[in-house]
Design a protein. Structure first.
Length: 338
């Protein structure tokens, strides 16, 4: 896969940020988080990942982003990778990540994740990566009206998950046998916090980019640009124009409204190849990948735009539910609808 081209490049808190959101770029249909963090953000979680040697013309943060797109990062999904040159944003702030190993806990579901790319050498390159991480963390805390007590380590959430008690910084640095992360920053966590605090004290962080008006696009799916019915500055107008089977997407490609009212109990649907099947409406864990012909169990829209499906029309609406429902599928994976 060629070196990625960002959709936008801005300066945030003194750090060059290249935006390449997986919600817009997912050619390999890798598994993605689906839980909203809008209005729920409580802090920033700092991680370390190892330095890698890259080809000329790119940086480690871009290559980690590319590896994620290629499904080489397994189930890790973070908001930012940052190196000594710049940061690459992978997720919108409104979407939870997979990074804290705490399942549905506050680490994954309510914090913005930064992966700081460093090595054990802690040389001048590593220190520049760390400095960019501190600037980015400060800018994010300031953006959400949070102070230094809302800066967390990966290890903090592991200790919370394991039922440990203590102050925020005790949990940030307390030994956890599963993982000590950020491995290269934790040995001097107090100094790193002071650096973040100094950037918090330095003044208002701004994003230096041309101001653009939010447009809401009405499409069958974000990837299907040809299906677009229109683009509207008013969300309400976009909803009014949204036909059944279409959705309203914000500028980052996130669904903000779906008109799925054409779906009914017993309706036959053809599921597209490699579609993720979920065990519930809210889980982010994929049970397996499916395709082929199924039937809508009750035609009722659940959270995250998912519908319950079953294998035979005669199973629709029958109880017990667990015996007849195959699982949950997002409606935008429906192909031919009978």
């Amino acid at each position: 896969m060629a070196i990625l081209r960002p959709d936008a490049t801005t300066t945030f808190g003194g750090v060059t940020v290249n935006e390449y959101l997986l919600t817009k770029h997912n050619p390999n249909r890798i598994d993605m988080p689906s839980v909203s963090m809008a209005g729920k953000i409580i802090g920033v979680t700092v991680h370390n990942t190892d330095w890698i040697t890259v080809a000329s013309g790119t940086t480690p943060a871009e290559q980690y982003t590319r590896a994620t797109v290629n499904n080489n990062m397994k189930d890790v999904r973070v908001h930012y990778y940052v190196d000594n040159v710049c940061a690459w944003q992978n997720l919108p702030h409104s979407l939870s990540g997979w990074h804290a190993a705490d399942g549905s806990g506050n680490g994954n579901r309510r914090t913005i994740a930064i992966e700081c790319i460093m090595s054990s050498a802690y040389n001048s390159t590593d220190k520049k990566s760390e400095d960019n991480c501190a600037k980015l963390a400060a800018a994010l805390l300031k953006q959400y009206g949070l102070d230094i007590n809302h800066l967390y380590t990966h290890t903090h959430w592991l200790n919370v998950r394991d039922g440990r008690n203590g102050t925020i910084d005790q949990l940030n640095t307390m030994y956890n046998r599963y993982k000590m992360c950020p491995a290269y920053i934790l040995p001097h966590w107090a100094e790193f916090k002071k650096k973040v605090q100094s950037y918090l004290n330095a003044g208002t962080s701004t994003i230096s980019a041309p101001s653009t008006k939010q447009l809401y696009r009405v499409r069958k799916s974000w990837a299907d640009a040809k299906s677009q019915l229109g683009a509207y500055s008013s969300l309400e107008n976009a909803k009014k124009a949204c036909k059944t089977g279409y959705s309203v997407f914000d500028a980052s490609g996130n669904v903000v409204y779906t008109n799925g009212s054409q779906f009914t109990k017993g309706q036959k649907v053809t599921i597209r190849a490699n579609t993720p099947l979920f065990a519930s409406a809210e889980t982010t864990s994929v049970t397996r990948r499916i395709s082929g012909t199924y039937y809508l169990y009750d035609g009722i829209a659940c959270k995250n735009g998912r519908y319950r499906i079953t294998t035979k029309s005669k199973f629709c609406g029958k109880t017990p539910v667990g015996q007849y429902v195959t699982g949950y599928v997002s409606w935008d994976n429906f192909g031919v609808i009978g």
